[in-house]
Design a protein around this ligand. Structure first.
Ligand SMILES: [Zn+2]
Length: 518
């Protein structure tokens, strides 16, 4: 190891040490510039004629556990150029060493900046104090803000989304530059006025990707009428799935019928009875729905489509030709099934006796009907351990119907095939959803208009009218390459940062850290 160690190698490049004063908690170093001359900032001509000297107090990186304070002896020069309006100028140091009016050396500034990015305001200030870095909370924030990367170009494509300050309590908005994959701004809320004011300051925005909530779309329409709004594809696909699930829910009754399974009172009734009683209730209900829709003025064709029954049947019901539109052989017995069942459970297993008891409460059918019922009931009890096949949930059916056929088990394929055959309206809704997703994948919007026309009269009616209201943005979502996917990523980054700040996240610091760390 060489023993000759230049004290000047401690101070930033380009400065030479004039003197050093050591104190218990601090080292004061007097430095001056190495250069004997300086260039005039106005005309660029180099001057060696010193006008005067002055002192600048600058903080530097700590040394041996003590703060280091530099006293920089800076000079003023005469400018010698004849046609220069500036007569005197102060010498400037390399920006990478010491900024023009900086109170800290560039290398200290750099460390402080990263401390601010990593820890945020107060924790960073506390830690800086431990490291003998003389910065306050405010200074940290200022440095983080000042050093935030400046915009690299005009802001053309932005994505906007919301994020939770506190879940279910307070929400803010985040704006991202989708071209450069950077956060541009955090807004303190998601009010239309706030977003509109911010957007109005950026007329250069040409594309705006946003969710389908409506608020952001409204703000953008006001502030940037010329910009193309793009509905977020992810939300769009979510909405489509939700709409289909809704269609399945609407069709559950029909699906249960189709699959020949019932769900009422499983303790009370045996399999065969359940089928009968459910059928009775279902017919009653179908009848009521038909009459309700007819009253609302819905055309017969659409009622048939919506409820999944034949037009003939709807017509019958509308004309009030029959209370029980299906009129089966057991129909006289259906209404009395709970009574019959209760008697059976009480030990009355004789058909004739059952008929007498039924007759006493107003049953007008023949003893034969009751006798047959008792026989079926006996047979059903013998096979009581044969469990009723469980109807899959609406969610499960929706998923199975949207899966590729080869991904389904054989049993599931059979179930789905039965549903498709038994609930044609639902099968149609499924085809419509497939077409919608295909449009998004293929990025071709030609099918949009015909699709809307067809979907409006299907089980997806309300989804279709939502699409109509937001048609331009949805067309853009299909055709344009922009999507809010990366904005969601930025929201996740934001959550991590926010958590690091122990819930004391002030929006300006959060914003500075997000933008600065990009
Ligand atoms: Zn000059």
């Amino acid at each position: 190891m060489g023993s000759s160690f230049e004290i000047s190698s401690f101070v930033p490049y380009g400065l030479i040490v004039e003197s050093v004063d050591e104190f218990e908690d601090m080292i004061k170093v007097r430095v001056s510039s190495e250069a004997g001359k300086a260039a005039c900032p106005s005309c660029g001509s180099v001057s060696q004629r010193v006008h005067s000297r002055y002192l600048r107090q600058v903080a530097d990186l700590p040394c041996t556990g003590r703060r280091v304070a530099l006293t920089v002896i800076a000079r003023r020069f005469f400018c010698g150029a004849e046609n220069c309006r500036r007569r005197i100028f102060a010498e400037r140091f390399d920006e990478a060493v010491l900024g023009m009016r900086a109170r800290r050396t560039a290398r200290l500034d750099h460390i402080v900046h990263h401390l601010g990015l990593a820890l945020g305001g107060r924790p960073a200030a506390n830690f800086a104090e431990r490291l003998m870095l003389p910065v306050s909370n405010d200074t940290l924030l200022r440095i983080v803000r000042r050093r935030a990367c400046p915009m690299a170009g005009p802001l053309t494509v932005v994505g906007i989304d919301d994020w939770a300050f506190r879940r279910n309590h307070r929400y803010g908005s985040i704006v991202c530059d989708l071209e450069r994959r950077r956060v541009v701004a955090l807004l303190p809320d998601r009010e239309i006025a706030t977003v509109e004011a911010w957007l109005a300051k950026h007329p250069e925005i040409k594309f705006l990707s946003r969710d389908r909530g409506g608020g952001y779309g409204e703000a953008a329409a006001e502030a940037l009428p010329g910009a193309i709004q793009v509905a977020d594809r992810w939300h769009l696909m979510e909405n489509a799935s939700a709409a289909f699930l809704d269609a399945v829910r609407q069709s559950m009754r029909l699906i249960r019928t189709t699959l020949g399974v019932v769900t009422i009172n499983p303790e009370l009734l045996t399999c065969a009875e359940k089928l009968q009683y459910e059928g009775y209730l279902r017919r009653e209900e179908t009848n009521a729905s038909i009459l309700r829709l007819a009253k609302e003025g819905v055309p017969i064709k659409q009622i048939a489509r919506q409820l999944g029954c034949s037009r003939k049947l709807v017509r019958h019901a509308v004309r009030g030709e029959t209370g029980d539109v299906f009129r089966t052989r057991e129909s006289t017995l259906d209404a009395h099934l709970p009574f019959l069942n209760a008697e059976w459970e009480n030990g009355c297993r004789n058909g004739a006796e059952l008929w007498r008891r039924l007759k006493a409460i107003g049953f007008r059918g023949s003893p034969r009907v009751v006798g047959e019922w008792a026989g079926r009931r006996r047979r059903a009890e013998k096979s009581a351990d044969q469990q009723v096949q469980k109807v899959p949930s609406a969610r499960m059916i929706a998923r199975m119907m949207t899966l590729a056929r080869d991904q389904l088990s054989k049993a599931d394929s059979v179930t789905i095939a039965a549903i498709v055959a038994g609930a044609p309206a639902l099968a149609e809704a499924q085809k419509l959803i497939e077409r919608f997703l295909a449009m998004i994948r293929s990025k071709i919007a030609e099918d949009l208009e015909p699709w809307i026309a067809e979907a409006k009269v299907s089980l997806l009616g309300s989804f279709a009218s939502g699409i109509t209201k937001d048609k331009a943005a949805i067309r853009a979502a299909i055709v344009e390459p922009w999507s809010n996917g990366q904005t969601e990523g930025q929201v996740n980054r934001l959550k991590v940062l926010k958590r690091q700040m122990y819930g004391r996240a002030k929006i300006d610091l959060l914003e500075a850290r997000l933008i600065g760390a990009a």
